[in-house]
Design a protein around this ligand. Sequence first.
Ligand code: GTP
Length: 355
Amino acid sequence: MSGEPDHAELVEDLLAGKHRALARVITKIENRAPGYRNLVSQLHQHTGDAEVVGITGSPGAGKSTLVDKMANYYRERGETVGVIAVDPSSPFTGGAVLGDRIRMASNVGDMDVFFRSMSARGTLGGLSTATTDAVKALDAFGKDKILIETVGAGQNEIDIVKSADTVAVLVPPGSGDDVQMLKAGILEIADVFVVNKADLDGADRTVQELREMVHMQQDNTASLATGHHGAGSTGGHGEDGESDDHDEGEETEHWEPQIVETVAKDGEGVEELVQTLADHADYLEASGLLEEKARMRYAEEIRNLLRDDVGTLLETEIERRGGIEAFAQQVLERETDPYSVADEIIGPLEDCVDQ
Ligand SMILES: Nc1nc2c(ncn2[C@@H]2O[C@H](COP(=O)(O)OP(=O)(O)OP(=O)(O)O)[C@@H](O)[C@H]2O)c(=O)[nH]1
């Protein structure tokens, strides 16, 4: 758009691997700074190489601890990592939280783990759009792994983790009720269940309940599709050799949500979790689902952008015509009605589109 900065230099710096540029780009994305759209557009062609993992779970489930351990593990393997911690309810953003500083302590001096927090208050417009854009920035920068950490299981959070290829849901040991609660919404999005705090009593029971839940869901799906059963086992911890009724190791048609136990505070189980996430990434690739998911995400992204744009266009048009209150007053006085007003406002815009 004319008059807006094109940020060419900033993009160049980001692509050259300068972390300061990356941080500035994400701030511009959060603030919807002038020219940010153009900025994200320029980044797009450089994206598509990162493995994006979403990690969600209730407050206190151990997400931060686990994400830190995972980031360190990836680093030790020589991979670069970006972390975006999204908290839809927090008033803080931009890594300004003391907790974030503390969290980063384990990675001090190691800029190959880039950490950033985002919150609803710090982000103009939709948090899930901002998260998607921030992931693009990290991807274009060249981060190998991008971890999106988000609290809870509300619709907001589900939308946010949807920008990941693989989703891990943390389920700390607890009563059966907790697992029951998970069913709404979470079951559908979990590729891997992580029973963190496996050192606590009740972990085995939680694993067992999750296993039953996953099997029940698989049976339902199977009876609907009369397709194959899942590949792999829900063996969770260790190599107990347990495999499913259908022992077809090569099968890539279907993914059965896996269950992994971890003790994040000691780093236990992190290796197995990382391997399971990699297995899921391989499955997505081999089955063609990776592309399919990306296509669906882009369609959704375009739809959201258009919805926002059309909304803004309409708001501008309404203001230009004297504001919504004036129309409402006319409706109140029975001079017109809401349908006619809507037609009157959208009519000329439709004509423009028809041209
Ligand atoms: N016993 C035990 N405690 C753990 C484990 N992992 C994390 N914790 C503790 O659980 C508490 C919460 O951990 P966090 O990593 O802050 O949890 P979170 O899910 O990020 O929490 P929010 O940021 O509030 O959503 C901390 O006191 C951790 O030390 C574990 O494997 N076992």
